[in-house]
Write a protein that binds this ligand. Structure first.
Ligand SMILES: [Zn+2]
Length: 238
C-alpha cells in the first residue's frame, strides 16, 4: 500500500502510496466506486475516520486552499494550519510534495502540493512554503514523492528551454539523448530557495513513476500499466 512512510515530526506522519493502495482518483480509470473503496481502505490504514482524508480538485494552478471545507476545493496545494487535518495530493508523473512546518511552540502546520510542469513554472511549492510561514511556521521540512524523472520526461526542445529559462535546474536530457525536464530537481531547487529543508529528494530510478512498475504513471498507460493516481499524504496520529 505504501511506497514510503516517514515519521515527519512528533505526532505527524508522511507517506506516499504505491499501486497496492489502488487508484485513489474517482475522475480517472472509469470506476469511481473502486476509487472510493480504495480511499476508505487507505483511511482505515492510517487510522483516520472514513471521509476524513482531504483531497483537492487539482487543475495545474497555483491556487492554495485551506483544508476542512466541502466539496474538495479547486486547488493545487492544500494547507492544514494547525496540522489537524489529514491531507492528500494525487499524481501519476507530476511531483507530489508534502510539507511540515513547526511553529514557535512546536505545533505543526502541514501542506501538500501538486507540481507538474505548470506548477513548477508557477512555483507552487515556493508559494506553499510562504503560505505556511504566513500561518506561523518557522522551520519547514519537505518530502518530494515519486514522479517521472529527468531521464524519462521527454519534451520538445522549445518547452525544455522555456521552462529552464525560469527554473534552470529543470533542464535535462533523456537516457536516450533527447530534450527533457527534470521536475523533481526543479521542485527541490524551489523548495530550498524558499528556505525549506528537503528531507527526501526522491531522485533515484526507484522513485521514477515511469521506471518503477509498482507506481502509477500516466505515461506508462500506453505500455499497458493500469490507469490510476498515487497519493502523497500527511496526517496527525496518536
Ligand atoms: Zn525515469
Amino acid at each position: 500500500m505504501f511506497f514510503r512512510t516517514f515519521d515527519a515530526a512528533p505526532g505527524i506522519r508522511v507517506a506516499f502510496t504505491d499501486r497496492g493502495a489502488g487508484n485513489l482518483a474517482p475522475r480517472v480509470g472509469g470506476d469511481p466506486g473502486a476509487a472510493a473503496v480504495s480511499r476508505r481502505a487507505l483511511e482505515a490504514e492510517i487510522g483516520v475516520a472514513p471521509g476524513a482524508l482531504h483531497f483537492m480538485t487539482q487543475t495545474h494552478s497555483t491556487v492554495i486552499a485551506e483544508a476542512g471545507y466541502s466539496p474538495a476545493p479547486e486547488a493545487d496545494a492544500l494547507v492544514s494550519p494547525a496540522g489537524t487535518n489529514a491531507l492528500a495530493v494525487l499524481v501519476a508523473d507530476c511531483v507530489p510534495v508534502v510539507l511540515v512546518g513547526r511553529g514557535p511552540h512546536g505545533e505543526a502546520a502541514t501542506a501538500v502540493a501538486h507540481a507538474g510542469r505548470k506548477g513548477v513554472e508557477g512555483n507552487i511549492v515556493g508559494l506553499t512554503v510562504e503560505e505556511l510561514r504566513r500561518r506561523g511556521a518557522g522551520s519547514i521540512a519537505a518530502w518530494i514523492g515519486p514522479s517521472v524523472c529527468g531521464r524519462c520526461y521527454e519534451v520538445p526542445a522549445e518547452m525544455r528551454d522555456s521552462v529552464a529559462r525560469e527554473v534552470p535546474s529543470t533542464s535535462s536530457i533523456t537516457s536516450w539523448g533527447t530534450p527533457a525536464l527534470d521536475l523533481p530537481a526543479g521542485v527541490r531547487g524551489q523548495l530550498e530557495a524558499a528556505g525549506a529543508e528537503v528531507r527526501e529528494p526522491g531522485r533515484d530510478a526507484t522513485w521514477c513513476t515511469l521506471e518503477n512498475e509498482q507506481l502509477f504513471s500516466h505515461r506508462a498507460v500506453a505500455q499497458g500499466r493500469p490507469v490510476g493516481r498515487l497519493a502523497g499524504l500527511v496526517w496527525p496520529h496518536g
